[in-house]
Ligand binder design. Sequence first.
Ligand SMILES: [Zn+2]
Length: 367
Amino acid sequence: MWHKLDVILSTGKFGTQEGKRLALAQSGFRSEIRSLFKSLAGSFGRAAAIGLASALVAVPGTARAEELNVVATIKSIHSLVAQVMGDVGAPRLLVGGAASPHTYSMKPSDARALNAARVVFRVSEEIEPFTRKIVASLPKSVSVVTLADAPGLKLLDKRTGDTFEAHDHGDHGHHDHGHKDHAHKDHGHADHDGGTVRDGHVWLDPENAAAMVREIARALSEAAPEHTATFKDNADKAIVGIDVLAKEIEAELAAVKGKSFVVFHDAYQYFEQRFGLTAAGAITVSPEVQPSAKRLSEIRGQIKALGVACVFAEPQFKSKLVATVIEGTGAKAGTLDPEGAAVEPGDGAYAALLRNLAQGLTSCLGT
Ligand SMILES: [Zn+2]
């Protein structure tokens, strides 16, 4: 309802003084409209009342159409949104700097930005737990797009249990078209409210990034139909860029395929499957969970036994854990940044994030 009225008024012909006055009276705006509608319906009949009420509601919509207010949660998807928006506007980034979506808590200014937004892009509740409460309480004028649900996006279940288990990765070679992926995806969706937890690091597969770009263009076009052609153009260009990037990374990583490595938190299975790598394990399943001393000494034993070449820390979780687990094992320490903590936000952030990952892997594993 609200959205349809938006479209009506973006033609601009309803920008009356009366409408502007009402638009200024933001609080109780909608109930004002409702009571106005009722009284008008009584005096002039229903059709006239609908016309007038639409005109009044249209005004704040016009203001939004001039400046398309868009918020994106984390750098990877903020970069994709910025590419699709192009010159139409700049999206606001929520989790900036070295903050991690896993542990982020919102500031009052974030809540205000979300309430004032026309479109909010997030990956999913799993990866951005801080969005859970606020999304439920946002006004209907805010359209929330959960990009992990984008059509064509490949979802994987979160890896659980002992991350050093000998997994059977035999199916991964043909994961692009295998039935296994469909099973994975359906499974993840069906069990969303049940036991299975989806792995939220979906952006680390460039094909998923392309699916998200398409969904971003769709959602932005719905919010600002006058820019549909621009969004489509920008999305097409972004997808071409992502394809080129993926090929570049694939070539770069060919040199380190088959090398054994351990990561800090289990963020990489999308990247691993796409580029044919396999992490031997993770120090922690979730970065908010600190492993025990017993667990660390188990990991040290496994690193030795498996002949792990590199153990990767992450910039935003500065800890001595990596130094502790590689002690006396012969494994080297490297750094990987799956959430872009060290990446400058902006439209180039997505490519920078993936290139940094590839570079981090080859510089430690390739020597
Ligand atoms: Zn993560």
